[in-house]
Write a protein that binds this ligand. Structure first.
Ligand SMILES: Nc1ncnc2c1ncn2[C@@H]1O[C@H](COP(=O)(O)OP(=O)(O)OP(=O)(O)O)[C@@H](O)[C@H]1O
Ligand SMILES: [Mg+2]
Length: 263
């Protein structure tokens, strides 16, 4: 279990002011879950993910992974960012195998494992290609394979499909669900797309604008329905899906109004 307990973050800006980015956020990411954080730009989503990844310290509260406090980055948390962070001078397979090199595995073992992961993301024919030879969606798939290489306990994804066109984005969502099902990796995923959150999450948490706090939580079944039927259209066009989309839109707009009233 990954547990975020009353996490708060204050940033000191260069002009001496304080930005209250995250306010007492509590969140559980249990086994087999797909937890999605949804919120407007600047509401603290990346701050939360970066704290879970161990990239930045909390000002208050705690984060534990299977009982151990998270204080720094580790191989038990794989991270995928919005923009791919592949090394341009390394081939696809060497990019995927990078974390395994740091773990001290032999080159043959690294490449075997990396090749399996490329197969999982549908890129086994591109093992020897360089990142510049791939499309944006393919690069994000390499990023996912790389993040999975160390078999992390949780995969952290910060708007990984935000820069993709809508068709590719839908294909990537479906691919991610199949990876989640096959690998049983817990996923913490950030988006500002309501549709994406509803389609992917077993739990969706809705965040308010600064200071980011959780204003609503939903336990959902759409992703399991899709995993069983393989029919994304019928899931996304169901009345339940449409009703929740409107409900969440109201919550997001409501918290925007609260913020402008406060300013
Ligand atoms: N290193 C930092 N120093 C100062 N302020 C910061 C820092 N990082 C983030 N912030 C502030 O914290 C708030 C939350 O930022 P964050 O990046 O977490 O938002 P977000 O929800 O991920 O937004 P987006 O959807 O645009 O990516 C913002 O007001 C931002 O300006
Ligand atoms: Mg962000």
């Amino acid at each position: 279990m990954l547990k975020v307990d009353h996490a708060s973050v204050y940033f000191k800006t260069r002009d001496g002011n304080t930005v209250h980015a995250l306010d007492r956020v509590s969140l559980d990411i249990p086994d087999n879950s797909f937890v999605v954080a949804l919120g407007a730009s600047g509401c603290g989503k990346s701050t939360l993910l970066n704290a879970i990844a161990g990239f930045l310290p909390l000002s208050d509260g705690t984060i534990t992974l299977d009982g151990r406090p998270v204080v720094s980055p580790g191989a038990d948390r794989g991270v995928v960012f919005q923009k791919d962070t592949l090394l341009p001078w390394k081939t696809v397979i060497d990019n995927v195998a990078l974390g395994l090199k740091f773990a001290g595995l032999s080159k043959t073992t690294r490449h075997e494992r990396a090749y399996e992961l490329l197969q999982l993301v549908g890129l086994k024919d591109f093992a020897k290609a360089f990142p510049y030879e791939l499309s944006g969606g393919m690069r994000q798939r390499v990023g996912i394979a790389r993040a999975l290489a160390t078999e992390p306990a949780v995969l952290l994804m910060d708007e990984p499909f935000g820069a993709l066109d809508s068709l590719t984005r839908e294909q990537m969502q479906e691919l991610l669900v199949s990876i989640w099902k096959k690998t049983h990796t817990r996923i913490f995923f950030i988006t500002h797309s309501i549709e994406e959150a509803l389609f992917l999450g077993t739990q969706v948490v809705v965040m308010s604008p600064r200071p980011g706090r959780i204003v609503a939580r939903f336990d959902l079944d759409f992703v399991r329905q899709f995993a069983e039927t393989g029919d994304a259209r019928s899931v996304k066009t169901s009345p339940e899906f449409a009703n929740l989309r409107e409900e969440i839109r109201d919550i997001l707009h409501g918290s925007e109004d609260l913020r402008s009233a406060a300013e």
